[in-house]
Design a protein. Structure first.
Length: 309
């Protein structure tokens, strides 16, 4: 049996896993095909006894190959657990809007449960569980739970809205063999073969089973084909985004060049006007000089006429 210490070593010197659990296809495939492991994970994430979960049903087990190429395809695991609606998702990228997105997911799940003519009291408790490969909140805790509370008295309005966030980068380096929640999260955070093997050697049967199933799934042709489609969709999306950015850049370069040409023309016009003004000022100065000379001459003549008298 091994203890899990220093699980964030220099990964550059280790063997990178071809697929990690932050891959949404692997995550969903793994738990759809292993509901017993999913039940164990849910019990840890929600901090409820495994035996208390009398009913767990995945309501969206399908992953149609024809939609895997759709960049908007969301591979969450939607389920009912003891009559509650639970949605589980792993998220890799922080696009700056995840709190709002997760609240939107909750709203969709909650409102879609109400059948026509049913009373609002029939709406089920709805729980969103987000496992995040990035830091979301400015705190040290890796787990945050949100519910509807009155801001001063902290009185709960209803228990039907629950949002859990588990931030993988905040996990501690040291994990006990008895802490199943952290072990699951460490598994999801593993990026190298060495980290995976260390978890497997801890002597925790559920982790041994999970690592064994991971190795089996990631070698199947079914999984690799779905992942190929998903990877191609990501590549196409990235290429389209790059192309759109290039087109936008060229468009704005044209706009800037046009404006710079207009400014240059206006500057030339102003310079011409300045030259004309300078020439006119010089002409006026010459006229002033001529007038002054003529005035002096007239004054001299008048003076001479006066002396002649």
């Amino acid at each position: 049996m091994d203890s899990l210490y220093n699980t964030n070593p220099d990964r550059d010197a280790m063997t990178k896993l071809e697929y990690t659990f932050t891959n949404d296809i692997l995550f969903k495939t793994f738990f759809v095909k292993n509901e017993d492991l999913l039940k164990g994970l849910v019990s840890e994430l929600l901090n409820i006894p495994y035996e208390s979960i009398e009913q767990l049903t995945i309501t969206n087990p399908e992953m149609p190959p024809d939609v895997m190429g759709d960049k908007f395809c969301r591979l969450d695991i939607n389920m009912t657990v003891n009559g509650q609606r639970v949605d589980l998702e792993i998220q890799v990228s922080n696009e700056g809007d995840y709190p709002e997105r997760s609240l939107y997911y909750w709203a969709k799940e909650y409102t879609s449960a109400l059948k026509e003519s049913e009373s609002y009291i029939k709406l089920p408790r709805t729980i969103i569980i987000s496992i995040l490969a990035f830091k979301l909140f400015d705190c040290e805790d890796f787990h945050s739970e949100f519910q509807l509370l009155e801001v001063k008295r902290h009185t709960q309005l209803t228990d039907k809205q629950v949002l859990h966030y588990f931030e993988l980068p905040k996990l501690p380096d040291e994990v006990s063999v008895d802490d199943r929640l952290k072990l699951w999260l460490k598994l999801f955070n593993a990026e190298t073969e060495e980290e995976l093997s260390k978890i497997e050697r801890m002597g925790v049967s559920v982790m041994e089973q999970a690592v064994k199933e991971y190795r089996r799934i990631t070698t199947t042709e079914e999984f690799r084909e779905i992942e190929r489609l998903r990877s191609r969709a990501r590549h196409n999306e990235a290429s389209a985004l790059h192309h759109a950015k290039e087109e936008e850049r060229e468009k704005w370069q044209g706009v800037v060049a046009e404006k710079e040409a207009t400014i240059a023309e206006q500057s030339a016009t102003i310079a011409n006007k300045d030259t004309t003004i300078v020439e006119q000022s010089a002409a006026l100065a010459n006229k002033d000089t001529t007038i002054a000379e003529q005035s002096a001459l007239i004054a001299k003549l008048l003076s001479q006429l006066g002396e002649g008298k």
